[in-house]
Design a protein around this ligand. Structure first.
Ligand code: AMP
Ligand code: ZN
Length: 478
């Protein structure tokens, strides 16, 4: 039995609720993935890093987690009605699938740099057309959808007879007014909030499939219903995404799933808040986005130097995932200083003289602190509180430094805890000091000394800078 004190803020009920999965030891989690028509920006990365923490922590407390994060390679339309990927394919003169592959690859490369774990399944929308067609057929049979000029739309007013549309975002249903039946309107829809399940493709549309209704393509919302249902079942534990997806995307997903299965798809809805730049949401369409590689390489007008992905990850985790976070060079620099301080603090602990006898009082104090750390994570994955608690442990380290009786047992316990919290749960790239690391460090420093004696400053500076990024400072005497 998993000891579970975890509370999660559920957007569906707007309250923190005790987490209890459908099955005893397993969790099913679906997170909306990227639309792969351009490079992901730092805002997108913040969202995927937030879910990485959730994934890591659920596994850490003992759950088997099936984490499904999709790739949207079809169906996400511009306001003009043009498919985002097709549009980019025309601009870059590539096949649409080449565009999707190119940006899927770059998405995965970036997440790897941020030390984000791979999900259990990463399905693509274009690989699930038959599943989407089956759902549409079912919704048509139930009279929850209608065909109009080769396209198929979800019928909101029919749906409202069985459940109310818009309950996740709390949209005022009165505003969802029923337009008069005007099938000649631009979208051939009955009601302005009806949404496309299937769109008939025009001649110039590049990605299209056969269906009972037309040569066309599925609507964007449908892929997530098809893939979450296929891999996690009618009911699963967690559905996540950025807060900007709450409406209409997630409300549409709920409507489709309830129509199809008769059940609410997810027990918990988790929404991450936005990364902003000068208080404006970072967004591909607003053209205010910073690409991760621009920051890692220092090639960006806004930032004066390069920053390690680890520092950016730490910067993100210093804010709660449900709060907005504004990015600026000052804020990143203070995270950088904070992270280095943390590494120094743990280094001090590693260098404390250990005695042969154990000290139960110190061990109990370490365990008290451990409980506090876990209560931060159990409180809706509160990483800023956890980081503050980690800094708080410096008081204990001060005491240990002043106290001669610090046993090997206590030191191992304390250092292992830092390793678990920083590396395994927060996914930071903090190197736990071990005798192996010490000897590798010695080898590196010897190579560097040799390089300096041969005046190979390119190599010696590079070793110094790399170690510096990991929080290891080198003070050359000459
Ligand atoms: P997209 O590829 O636009 O569908 O976005 C992929 C994910 O990134 C979605 O979950 C979005 O909600 C999320 N996202 C987009 N912009 C931001 C932002 N500025 N800050 C945090 N998350 C974002
Ligand atoms: Zn989705």
């Amino acid at each position: 039995m998993i000891p579970n004190n975890l509370y999660i803020y559920n957007s569906l009920t707007s309250s923190k609720e005790k987490f209890k999965p459908f099955r005893k030891n397993s969790v099913g989690m679906y997170v909306c993935g990227p639309t792969v028509y351009s490079d992901v920006h730092l805002g997108n990365c913040r969202t995927f890093i937030s879910f990485d923490i959730i994934f890591r922590y659920l596994q850490h407390i003992g759950y088997n987690v099936r984490y499904v994060r999709n790739i949207t390679d079809v169906g996400h339309l511009e306001d003009t009605g043009e498919d985002k990927i097709s549009k980019k394919a025309k601009i870059e003169q590539l096949e649409p699938m080449e565009i999707a592959q190119k940006y899927t690859n770059s998405f995965k490369d970036v997440l790897k740099k941020f030390n984000v774990l791979n999900p259990s399944i990463e399905p693509v929308a274009s690989g699930h057309i038959t599943e989407q067609i089956s759902i549409i057929e079912d919704l048509l049979e139930k009279n929850l959808a209608y065909i109009s000029n080769g396209s198929v739309y979800f019928d909101i007013s029919k749906y409202n007879e069985i459940d109310s549309y818009g309950k996740l975002s709390g949209r005022d249903l009165d505003k969802i007014k029923s337009n008069s039946r005007n099938l000649n309107s631009q979208d051939d829809k009955i009601n302005e909030f009806d949404f496309a399940l299937w769109k008939k493709a025009d001649k110039n549309h590049l990605m299209k499939w056969n269906s009972p209704w037309s040569l066309g393509f599925p609507g964007w919302h449908l892929e997530c219903t098809a893939m979450s249902n296929k891999y996690l079942g009618d009911e699963f534990d967690i559905h996540g995404g950025g807060i900007d997806l709450k409406f209409p995307h997630h409300d549409c997903e709920i409507a489709q799933a309830v129509g199809y299965t008769g059940k609410q798809p997810a027990k918990f809805w988790i929404h991450t808040n936005m990364l902003t730049l000068n208080s404006k949401k970072m967004s591909k369409s607003l053209d205010n986005n910073i690409l991760p590689d621009e920051l890692f390489s220092g090639k960006n007008d806004i930032f004066s130097k390069s920053y390690d992905p680890n520092i950016i990850r730490f910067f993100f985790l210093q804010a709660h995932y449900r709060n907005e976070l504004d990015i600026s060079e000052d804020a990143i620099q203070s995270s950088e200083k904070g992270f280095n301080k943390l590494v120094e603090m743990i280094d001090r602990l590693n260098n404390v003289k250990v005695s042969k006898t154990n000290n139960d009082e110190i061990l109990n104090r370490i365990k008290d602190w451990e409980r506090k750390c876990y209560s931060c994570l159990d409180d809706d994955f509160n990483t800023p509180m956890l980081i503050a608690e980690i800094f708080n442990s410096s008081k204990l380290i001060n005491k240990i430094e002043a106290d001669v009786n610090f046993g090997d047992r206590e030191r191992e316990y304390f250092l292992n805890l830092f390793d678990t919290l920083l590396n395994k749960i927060l996914g930071l790239n903090y190197i736990k000091p071990t005798s192996d690391n010490d000897s590798i460090l010695k080898i590196l420093l010897d190579i560097r000394d040799e390089a300096r004696s041969k005046k190979d400053f390119q190599l010696s500076d590079s070793i110094r800078d790399q170690l510096n990024k990991k929080g290891i400072k080198i003070n050359d005497k000459d």
